[in-house]
Design a protein around this ligand. Sequence first.
Ligand code: PLP
Length: 287
Amino acid sequence: MSRIAYVNGRYVRHGDAAVHIEDRGFQFADGVYEYFAVFGGRLADAEGHLERLWRSLAELRIAPPMSEAALGVVLHETIRRNRVRDGAVYLQITRGVAHRDHAFPNPTPSPTVVVTAKPVNYAIEAAKAEHGASVISRPDNRWGRCDIKTVGLLPNALAKQAAREAGAQEAWFVDEMGLVTEGASTNAWIVDANGALRTRDTNANILRGVTRKTLLALAEDAGISVSQKPFTIAEAQAAREAFITAASAFVMPVVRIDGVAVGDGVPGPVSRRLRALYLASARANAR
Ligand SMILES: Cc1ncc(COP(=O)(O)O)c(C=O)c1O
């Protein structure tokens, strides 16, 4: 079965799907995106992702191309046409097509909307979580608006490549104060040497991760208090546990940071428990 993509109102073969060469997403990274996990053909954390999408669009002053309800129909139809049960959906919206000029085009073009869906073998992802991931640290060289989920991801892509070349799976960005901000495509957490669960607060220059937000609520419900107090790489290396969160990773234990084993060098009990809690909740609440 061939893959199908949604492009500006049409469902087309993935191989034929295209946007114009003067799309502002292509020329200026002038666009936003979301990535949703899919369970049983339904969207995980749908509300959180759509809420953040609307905020990202508003921050860039891109008018929503359709209502939230209509967008929901497109997302589900793309899932259906690709026969995805468990997998992921990618959505990108750019300011649209216009002659190249840095300032916003006048008249305002229609936004470009692209949706793709793919199956993911979550059994393989679960096996990866049993081993845990390695991370490296990199200086945070991104712009000052990482709270907007834009497609301008070059520093993130370069950091991820550096991780791959170092035999690691993720890179953690470290700001000028020596504090971890977040991963190249994940939020960063530790269970510190005193047993406190910690992740960076959203006043810092980080993405307000939807998985992070859901997990904060789940941890609270489970009686696990979370401190939104920043940490250094040295603190993370000396922590009992570390993990990362994202719609693409859920809760993934981190077992090495810059070559130093975290705790016993294997996924710890808090990370494992939070992963199970998150997955149970995300599957139950997918819609
Ligand atoms: C830089 C960055 N931080 C954090 C996240 C995690 O966000 P979410 O949990 O909403 O997937 C992502 C996800 O793409 C990301 O790109």
